[in-house]
Design a protein around this ligand. Structure first.
Ligand SMILES: Cc1cc2nc3c(=O)[nH]c(=O)nc-3n(C[C@H](O)[C@H](O)[C@H](O)COP(=O)(O)OP(=O)(O)OC[C@H]3O[C@@H](n4cnc5c(N)ncnc54)[C@H](O)[C@@H]3O)c2cc1C
Length: 678
């Protein structure tokens, strides 16, 4: 064997290990940089008899399926969805045995990857319920359910009605016929028709026989009990009942005397199921249809949340709220036109004038406003492209990655966007007051409050929140606000009204309980001797609070925690505030934009782009990843070259050491080893 081979092999091996480790490192870095958006924690878990679908599984599960699907499109951060989830779980549990014919299903639209799916189905408010018929082929087969979703009995009856209509139209092979027994069919004949099945349930109901249909679906495929139904005039019905109400009977096969006969009219399908279960549940349980395993989405563990101070106005939260609003909430519908378009124009104009933040942030709204005012119809893609284009020209003042700081919840689906939106709205009202307090032409309602209310109504995807807010705006006499200072006072009052309503609800984050604002811990002086808020003291506090935008970084979380309030006092406070140099008056932004335009016309040179304030130099996300990949690869190659060079030099050194020094054990010794040995 060549004596150099082991050394070379060892070198190659080390080089391979280094390269491998390095490539792994690059992969991790790329993944870290490309991860974006929120994954949206599911509101349902694997114990719920609910099929959770996403953009990758939706088409295969729904289109061409031999089942109908009743789908809740929800958003895991939406208060109304959080509040509705227990009801929907209960409903799904009741309909568990319907799964072979009608599958209760959910899709989480707060999960970024599902956005195109939800947009395709025109889901712009949550929760949104749709019935997808047997053998659906495309999105148009999804029928919007607009009944009372909280009345789960009515909901089940309505679904039974939809399934029956579906069966009449499509006549699916594996489904029951949903037809009543003919008036001439005798009980004896029905017993014969069910063969060896032990029990027969008969529901008496005229059309629409929703209770009968619901039970037909529920017991379809059950080998222990069969369900049939008759109309009120059928001899079986008239033999047992005379009050004309909906009734039910349970027979042992072959026995003309019923095991059970409803004593009063039945008004819920589930009452029949409960009675059958009570009487023969143990005998028919094993004969039920096989319910296919539920493909519930994995439960994502809630990340541990550093208990930030919830009472801070942080620039990070404002930026994230603006970004989520522009990239996620506004383009939820496929097309913006008509009233929503008019509302969007008003809101962009308000943001242009009063949005908080740095100069590039305000220039972003200036340009968006200028552009949107000229449009009549904008698609979601056109909107996103425009926002991206302006963002890049201004150095990406808004992040694509959403990060919450004072608005972070103890779970990913709590607080977040709506907290950021409230914070943004309060900051805008305070800014509007500062700018317009001496302007007699300023109209608080037209210029600020109504654009916000209308924006919430049309663009806050939590539909119930949006409707509640409009009702609350009316109740709190929005139209009567005239004094400039009432622009922020009104919003403060209404928000406290909302806090009171939601306190203790499922959307109330247990780690950040809703309180009247400002809480005593922030402003003890804002309370009178009876413990009630003293408006005269609270309002100046609110003004000061929303004038103080902090720029703490999420990399360097502030050391103070919510627990560091003691005896009504904050023990430590944030140090960093938005540099007043960046807090520019709208007039200055107008001037900057006008100057840019003049400059463009004069030198016809490409418009000066803003240096990226986040250090990305205007590169789009994918470009940024490539940039890092190339950069890190170059470092990797350089490291490998240096290592090889080092190995080469080292072996040269050893060759010199052994061969050129005449095999002396110690090259510096005067007597060669060979001689010693000899
Ligand atoms: C317009 C609107 C209507 C909503 N309606 C509903 C609804 O009907 N049902 C539902 O479940 N959820 C609703 N939400 C969401 C809900 O109000 C909260 O935003 C959400 O539950 C998160 O609460 P939070 O604890 O982060 O505090 P938030 O209420 O979001 O408040 C954010 C921050 O604002 C400050 N603040 C609190 N109160 C005031 C005040 N009065 N004045 C000034 N600053 C204040 C505090 O620092 C607080 O941390 C609505 C949200 C909005 C924007």
């Amino acid at each position: 064997m060549n004596e150099k081979e082991p050394g070379v092999a060892k070198s190659l091996c080390i080089a391979a290990v280094i390269t491998g480790v390095f490539m792994l490192f690059i992969l991790v870095v790329i993944l870290a940089f490309s991860a974006g958006g929120s994954s949206g924690e599911s509101l349902y878990d694997k114990d719920d008899p609910i099929l959770e679908l996403d953009v990758d599984t939706f088409s295969a599960a729904i289109y061409g399926s031999k089942k109908a699907h009743f789908i809740e499109f929800y958003s895991s951060w939406c208060g109304a969805c959080i509040g509705y989830a227990p009801t929907f779980k209960k409903f799904a549990k009741q309909l568990e045995k319907w799964a072979p014919l009608v599958q209760v299903t959910v899709v989480n639209c707060a999960d970024d990857k599902n956005m195109p799916l939800c947009r395709e189905h025109s889901v712009s408010s949550y929760p949104s319920l749709r019935y997808f018929k047997y053998n659906s082929h495309n999105k148009d087969d999804g029928m919007k359910y607009s009944g009372d979703k909280y009345d789960i009995n009515k909901l089940a009856h309505d679904i039974a009605g939809l399934a029956q209509a579906d069966a009449q139209k499509q006549n699916p092979e594996s489904w029951p016929t949903f037809l009543p027994l003919s008036d001439t069919t005798t009980l004896e004949e029905v017993f014969k028709s069910i063969g060896t099945t032990s029990y027969l349930a008969i529901v008496v109901q005229d059309s629409p026989s929703v209770i009968a249909w619901a039970n037909l679906i529920n017991y379809h495929g059950n080998n222990g009990v069969k369900v049939a139904y008759v109309t009120q005039n059928h001899p079986i019905a008239t033999k047992f009942f005379s009050d004309g109400g909906v009734h039910a009977l349970l027979f042992s096969n072959g026995n003309q005397e019923p095991l059970w006969k409803s004593s009063s009219p039945v008004d819920k399908w589930v009452d029949v199921q409960d009675k059958i279960d009570e009487l023969i549940g143990d005998k028919i349980a094993a004969s039920g249809p096989t319910v296919h395993p539920i493909n519930a989405a994995p439960v994502i563990a809630a990340p541990s949340n550093p208990l930030n101070n919830q009472y801070e106005v942080q620039l990070v939260d404002l930026k994230s709220a603006m970004s989520y609003m522009l990239y996620k909430e506004i383009p939820r519908r496929e097309e913006i036109r008509d009233e929503p378009m008019a509302v969007l124009k008003q809101w962009m104009h308000t943001l242009k004038k009063y949005a908080p933040g740095t100069t590039p942030m305000r220039r972003l709204f200036f340009r968006l406003d200028e552009w949107i005012q000229l449009q009549s119809v904008v698609t979601a893609n056109e909107w996103i492209t425009k926002v991206d284009e302006i963002q890049q020209a201004l150095g990406n003042p808004l992040p694509k990655e959403i990060t919450w700081m004072a608005c972070a919840g103890s779970k990913p689906n709590l607080r977040g966007y709506t907290c950021g939106l409230w914070t943004l709205a309060h900051t805008i009202t305070v800014e509007a007051y500062k700018q317009e307090k001496h302007n007699t032409a300023f109209k608080p309602v037209i210029d600020v409050l109504e654009p916000f209310r209308a924006f919430i109504f049309h663009f806050l995807s939590c539909s119930e929140c949006a409707q509640n807010f409009t009702k609350e705006a009316e109740k709190n006499q929005l139209h009567l606000v005239t004094r400039p200072e009432d622009v922020y006072a009104w919003l403060w009052r209404v928000h406290n009204f909302v806090n009171k309503r939601l306190s203790g609800s499922l959307t109330d984050d247990p780690s950040f309980k809703k309180q009247q604002f400002p809480p005593k811990s922030l402003c003890a002086d804002c309370y009178d001797a009876n413990g009630d808020i003293d408006e005269a003291k609270a309002l100046p506090f609110v003004f000061k609070y929303y004038s103080n935008i902090k720029t703490d970084s999420t990399d360097n979380l502030p050391g103070y925690k919510v627990v560091e309030y003691k005896e009504g006092k904050t023990l430590s406070a944030g140090q960093r505030h938005l540099n007043p140099k960046f807090q520019v008056h709208a007039g200055k932004v107008d001037q900057l934009e006008a100057n840019d335009k003049v400059k463009n016309v004069l030198d016809a040179s490409p418009q000066r782009t803003w240096k990226d304030i986040d250090g990305y130099d205007g590169l789009p996300d994918s470009g940024r990843s490539h940039y890092y990949f190339i950069f890190l690869s170059l470092i990797g190659v350089a490291l490998i070259v240096i290592y090889c060079k080092y190995r080469k030099n080292r072996s040269k050194f050893w060759k010199t050491f052994y061969y050129k020094n005449d095999f002396k054990l110690c090259p510096w010794s005067s007597s060669p080893v060979k001689q010693n040995i000899v």
